[in-house]
Ligand binder design. Structure first.
Ligand code: NIG
Ligand code: FE
Length: 412
């Protein structure tokens, strides 16, 4: 099956040669072709170029993209799409003055979601999660990382990861699974952290590895959650099972956690709302991708990741949604990109790079996703007619997507 997209006003993120990520000043450059064509063969990108060089072909399907922008589907490298119910009441409690921390200390927050998830049968959890995945696909996400971490018992962590596995099997989007048993200490382990670490390392991990349920390992390295020392134990255990790390760190406090993550060769460090100069120095010359989650900053009113400072220091940056019931009940990457431009002062070029190729890197798939490159997956967004791609983040909140193609199939 060949699909030819013609008369594309701007074809974005065109990379002739494979690149794995873009950093610092390079992020200001988003290579594009004006008045372009794009040819998809089955689930792969097979050719592209200027309309003047359109080869004589007889495609099975032609899409006329006059006035429209075409670019790689979003690569959302950080989500918690699998959860039960919602935390609407906590949302209202916060409006009425309670802080995220106060809600957690009262047994709400992550533990509230864990309680709900424990009571939810696997099939219902799958049905609830599936709706969210379908929603983000409609919003243009073509690759999604999904974490466990609302189970916090052996059985429920496995339940979450099995749901992620089923989503992988049933949906065309690329999905990576991350084990986040170290999301919070369950109340019965509040005074006995060692016992919960033992449960994660000696009970959960072996079973997860045996069923091959995870690609990555994560921990919430934060004051009041997992210490550096505790996180390092988890990372070392993960390494034994071949699970690289993607870590929640520096969301509320900077406690030198990034140093430990880089030392353990984490693939990504995520959140980074609070970043010190030392953290930036440590991230330089590392292979670790910093990941910002602006929708989380927006929703719970915490600082935004200091993108300008990081890019000026030469660092790469990825953008992801953090879709979860507590801090970010939205997986809309269009909003993420717009918010990065509006609130973090990233240029549209930088934000598109961060949400495509760098997002792909942060989930270990930049070989196959995140750019318009021959041989990469045919995961494509076609916009509505617009003046330029700048209009997408500018007109935040307006749905400017016409079509979404995933693995060569038009899903919207
Ligand atoms: O990435 N920070 C830790 N974990 C999630 C939110 C957890 C929750 O409140 O449910 C996050 O923001
Ligand atoms: Fe998260």
């Amino acid at each position: 099956m060949t699909t030819l997209i013609t008369n594309i006003k701007q074809l974005l993120q065109v990379r002739e040669n494979h690149i794995e990520k873009v950093s610092g000043k390079e992020m200001a450059d988003l290579p594009l072709i004006e008045n372009a064509f794009l040819l998809l063969q089955d689930n792969l990108i097979s050719n592209f170029g200027s309309m003047e060089n359109l080869p004589k072909i007889n495609p099975d399907k032609t899409i006329d993209a006059t006035g429209k922008i075409v670019f790689p589907a979003w690569c959302d490298s950080h989500t918690h799409i699998v959860y039960a119910g919602n935390r609407v009441q906590e949302f209202v409690d916060r409006i009425n003055g309670l802080s995220y921390e106060e809600i957690f200390n009262r047994g709400g927050g992550i533990l509230n979601s864990a309680k709900k998830l424990n009571e939810t049968p696997e099939e219902i959890l799958y049905q609830e999660s599936k709706l969210r995945l379908e929603e983000v696909m409609q919003q243009g996400s073509g690759a999604v990382e999904i974490k466990s971490g609302y189970g916090l018992t052996v059985e429920s962590e496995l339940k979450m990861l099995r749901v992620i596995k089923k989503l992988k099997e049933n949906f065309p989007v690329a999905i990576k699974a991350t084990f986040l048993g170290a999301h919070a200490f369950p109340s019965e382990y509040k005074e006995n952290h060692a016992a919960y670490l033992d449960l994660i390392i000696n009970e959960m991990l072996p079973k997860i590895a045996q069923e091959n349920l995870a690609d990555y390992i994560d921990a919430f390295l934060e004051t009041g959650y997992f210490s550096i020392e505790e996180t390092e134990k988890i990372l070392e255990a993960g390494k034994k099972y071949g699970l690289p790390a993607k870590i929640h760190v520096n969301q509320f406090t900077a406690i030198n956690g990034i140093e430990a993550c880089v030392k353990h060769e984490a693939l990504s460090v995520d959140h980074l709302e609070i970043v010190t100069d030392e953290d930036i120095e440590i991230l330089k010359n590392s292979m670790t991708m910093p990941v910002a989650l602006p929708s989380c900053s927006y929703f719970i009113s915490i600082p935004y990741t200091p993108a300008r400072k990081m890019l000026e220091a030469g660092l790469p940056l990825a953008l992801a949604s953090d879709f979860n019931p507590g801090t970010t009940p939205s997986g809309n990457m269009n909003f993420v990109v717009a918010t990065a431009c509006i609130k973090m002062k990233m240029t549209p070029e930088e934000a598109f790079n961060a949400a495509t190729i760098n997002g792909a890197y942060a989930m270990g798939i930049s070989e196959t996703h995140g750019s318009i490159t021959k041989g990469k997956r045919a995961n494509i967004i076609i916009s509505k007619p617009v003046t330029s791609f700048y209009q997408l983040p500018y007109q935040f909140g307006t749905d400017l997507i016409d079509n979404v193609i995933i693995e060569g199939k038009i899903i919207r």
